[in-house]
Design a protein around this ligand. Structure first.
Ligand SMILES: Cc1ncc(COP(=O)(O)O)c(C=O)c1O
Length: 381
């Protein structure tokens, strides 16, 4: 199989990730942070190691400001529902992933929030000036993506944070497609919150995600319960990360994540990004001469990740994806990619398009194989 669906989740994971999960499961998989026997202590240390390593990668001032979550969606829900109050105004973009836009729209339709949505520029990025203009006196939060999972274009999150702060609002960044793909320093960019899955660019397994919350900002917890700490108290602990983590964590997954972060550090984010970008460019160049195939993104070459959006003749995206799978053993994602607003902007709603997303482990020949397969499908072979 040629796997070109890395924007959904990265595959394969580095062998060290699988080895770390296996070793953890076989030797240490006691409940972390709950017991004083050596297995429990070791399990707790594995979770702490993943947290410290993630804090270092993100430039977080304090590892305890990172709470582990189930996935990116969980982290975004925790941020929005833990921070916003009845009647608040929120500025977001028109091209967010459903994991950010649906909770906002749900609260808006229930009459609990006002939401203003800012459209992208022609280069498919979000303008900090437009965001600033959309803010009102009562804007509590700017909630936007760092990299759209459809456009694949990098937004300037530091400038977006300045725009939010100028307006007296906080900023929440959906960093799902950004972590591991670009240098994201939460302290340097002055982010208030960053939410992301750890199963994409960080090479962790599915079932891992995280929410960074800057020091001094306290969220209401979405879940309360056992934490292994302050068990004598009747209410949920207030200190991070326990404030936002209740119940047994996905320690198997976090053991794998720690190894994934090691792999990323040793490899270098820049190398990963350059590899994904160069494969994407190769595919785009190979397809540029093919009749009936249009590439819909990649308008800014520098600010682009490994995502390529394709329309192939008059064929439905699902049909193209099914043919790529069945005839060529190539895995891509068709449809709307959980971001209908992005497709409305591109004029590809509701049918959607084919999304090819390269990952670090793709080989040079993969772009060539994908280009040949798409060309044959376009030519009706
Ligand atoms: C931009 C963006 N935000 C949020 C998410 C949600 O992440 P998860 O599927 O881990 O909940 C995704 C996943 O594809 C994404 O691409």
């Amino acid at each position: 199989m040629i796997y070109l669906d890395n924007a959904a989740t990265s595959w394969p994971k580095p062998p060290s990730v699988l080895a770390a999960m296996r070793e953890f499961a076989e030797d240490w998989a006691a409940n972390p942070g709950r017991a004083c026997h050596r297995m429990g202590i070791e399990a707790g240390q594995r979770v702490a190691r993943a947290r410290a390593s993630l804090a270092e990668l993100l430039g977080a001032p304090d590892a305890s400001r990172i709470a582990f979550t189930l996935n990116g969606t969980d982290a975004l829900n925790m941020a929005l529902k833990g921070f916003l109050n009845e009647g608040d105004h929120v500025v977001t973009s028109t091209f967010e992933h459903n994991s950010l836009s649906r909770p906002l729209t749900g609260l808006e339709r229930a009459g609990r929030l006002r939401v203003t949505r800012v459209a992208p520029r022609e280069d498919l990025t979000l303008s900090p000036e437009d965001v600033r203009r959309a803010c009102a006196r009562d804007t509590k939060l700017v909630a936007v993506t760092a990299v759209s999972n459809v456009f694949g274009a990098l937004n300037d999150v530091a400038a977006l944070a300045r725009a939010a702060h100028d307006a007296g609002a906080a900023i929440l960044v959906d960093a799902a497609q950004a972590v591991g793909a670009c240098e994201l320093d939460v302290a340097a960019a002055e982010l208030d919150m960053a939410a992301f899955p750890c199963h994409k660019g960080l090479f962790g397994p599915m079932g891992t995600g995280a929410l960074y919350v800057r020091p001094g900002l306290d969220l209401r917890p979405l879940r309360e319960g056992g934490t292994g700490s302050r068990s004598e108290e009747e209410t949920h602990p207030e200190e991070m990360p326990h404030r936002l983590e209740a119940g047994t964590p996905n320690a198997h997954g976090l053991a794998g994540l720690a190894a994934g972060l090691d792999f990323l550090r040793e490899t270098g984010i820049r190398r990963v990004r350059e590899r994904e970008q160069s494969l994407a460019r190769d595919l785009v160049e190979r397809l540029s001469e093919v009749r009936g195939v249009s590439v819909l993104n990649g308008r800014s070459r520098e600010a682009q990740t490994g995502i390529v959006l394709l329309r192939v003749g008059g064929l439905a995206s699902q049909e193209v994806a099914a043919l790529l799978d069945a005839r060529y053993g190539i895995a891509v994602r068709a449809g709307l990619h959980c971001a209908p607003g992005a497709h409305k902007f591109l004029g590809t709603f509701p049918e959607g398009v084919v999304r090819v997303s390269f990952g670090f482990f793709n080989e040079d020949g993969d772009a060539k194989a994908a280009a040949r397969a798409v060309a044959e499908i376009a030519e009706g072979v």
